[in-house]
Write a protein that binds this ligand. Structure first.
Ligand code: TYM
Length: 380
């Protein structure tokens, strides 16, 4: 029996980690079927992203309907976001933005990205000025993922609010305090900002929040890729869409990249001991994975050779399932480790090399960002 709580602000699981099948039932979402994957492949005329193929993006809301609409040439845009709680994002955030970039390239589609300095001000021990500063730092993290400047708009809430406001007002009128309290797991004594925030994350799922991108005022469909913790916002968005005569946003949910401490632990960018940050040096990455990543290996060499390692709890192996694209290589690592032919140190070295390369490539791109490049993403 799993006993789990997943909200945008709390992830609690038993020692086996998140039970995603149970989550699908609890949230009332739909698993991503092989038919959907085939359809995406057909429409985009290219292999699907490994995170889709491997089931990391595991669940959706009305993605099937959106794909049917796309087949009949209906336009759509992609919307995702980041709550700037720390100077640097972690590699779990990176996967969301890499997947969003894949959607942009594969479907040749407009992307909008929200940076919620207001949300983090309400929830964290930060001044609004600090949260806004972090938002602009994280904006650079996001741009360095390689988005197309012609088709990407990034905004910070405290700056773009005027354009969102008319939709926020309409959403507010559709919702009761009770609905927000229950869906977001709030208490009566929580600050009012926490109650007022959800419409701000919902509004960008409606295309009229972006008159400069969609000037024809047509109601354009929206697809939201996100970690499954963000689903409560879009559950509400879909409820209100109907009342506002907007399209219900489609949503595609990913599993969580686990924290270093174990498959049931969460990465938090404000606690560097739980995760690999995009600012980490090769030595830090090596140190974190070697010293902190929970291992499914046995206590000593003899035992390991005899009984083999347990990939289901091994954090370094989990990282490979997210970041190693080659299916055959992954399978061969799994077999060798499970049979005890591969040692924990060898498995960890593969993960260290792969993640270090990824992070260094990324850091090189971020270093080369200029103000001119950044301005292309924020201009209205
Ligand atoms: P935030 O900043 O907590 O996370 C940004 C995105 O990363 C996902 N995520 C993860 N994915 C995989 N593994 C992890 N360990 C991991 N940790 C976080 C989150 O689910 C999210 O998709 N309120 C939001 C910001 C936001 C947003 C949005 C997110 C505003 N609008 C629209 C998604 C879609 C937040 O604080 O995200």
């Amino acid at each position: 029996m799993s006993n789990q709580i997943i909200t945008p602000y709390e992830v609690k699981t038993d020692e086996n980690g998140v039970d995603y099948n149970k989550l699908i039932q609890e949230f009332g979402t739909t698993p991503i079927s092989s038919e959907i994957i085939t359809k995406i492949q057909q429409i985009t005329n290219q292999p699907v992203h490994p995170l889709l193929r491997r089931g990391t993006y595991f669940s959706h809301r009305s993605l099937d309907q959106l794909l049917t609409d796309i087949e009949s040439n209906k336009p759509f845009y992609v919307y995702t976001g980041r709550g700037p709680s720390a100077e640097s994002m972690h590699i779990g955030h990176l996967l969301q933005f890499e997947f969003t970039k894949y959607l942009q390239d594969a479907f040749n589609v407009q992307v909008v990205i929200q940076l919620t300095d207001d949300e983090k001000f309400y929830y964290k021990d930060l001044t609004l000025e600090q949260a806004t500063k972090l938002a602009y730092e994280n904006m650079k993290d996001i741009i360095a993922c390689g988005f197309n400047p012609e088709k990407t708009f990034i905004f910070v809430d405290s700056n773009y609010m005027g354009y969102l406001y008319h939709n926020i007002v309409k959403i507010n009128k559709c919702l009761t305090q009770n609905q927000i309290k229950n869906t977001m797991g709030l208490q009566d004594n929580d600050n009012l900002g926490k109650y007022s925030y959800p419409p701000i994350q919902i509004a960008p799922a409606f295309s009229t929040s972006f008159p400069h991108l969609f000037p024809q005022k047509e109601n354009v469909r929206c697809l939201v890729p996100c970690g499954v913790d963000q689903d409560p916002f879009f559950r509400i968005a879909r409820d209100v869409a109907h009342r506002l005569k907007y399209h219900k946003p489609a949503v595609i949910h990913s599993k969580f990249l686990p924290g270093l401490k174990g498959v049931n632990s969460k990465m938090s960018s404000s606690d560097p001991t739980t995760c690999i940050l995009l600012t980490d040096t090769p030595a830090q990455i090596k140190n974190k994975i070697n010293r902190k990543a929970f291992s499914g290996g046995k206590v000593d060499l003899d035992e390991h050779r005899k009984y083999g390692g347990d990939v289901t709890v091994d954090v370094a192996y989990h990282y490979l399932t997210f970041f190693l694209d080659d299916d055959q290589e992954l399978e061969s690592i799994k077999e060798k480790y499970t049979r005890g032919e591969m040692l924990t140190s060898e498995l960890k070295k593969i993960a260290i090399d792969l993640i270090t390369k990824k992070v260094l490539n990324y850091q090189e791109r971020r270093k080369n960002l200029t103000d001119d490049i950044i301005n292309q993403f924020i201009k209205i």
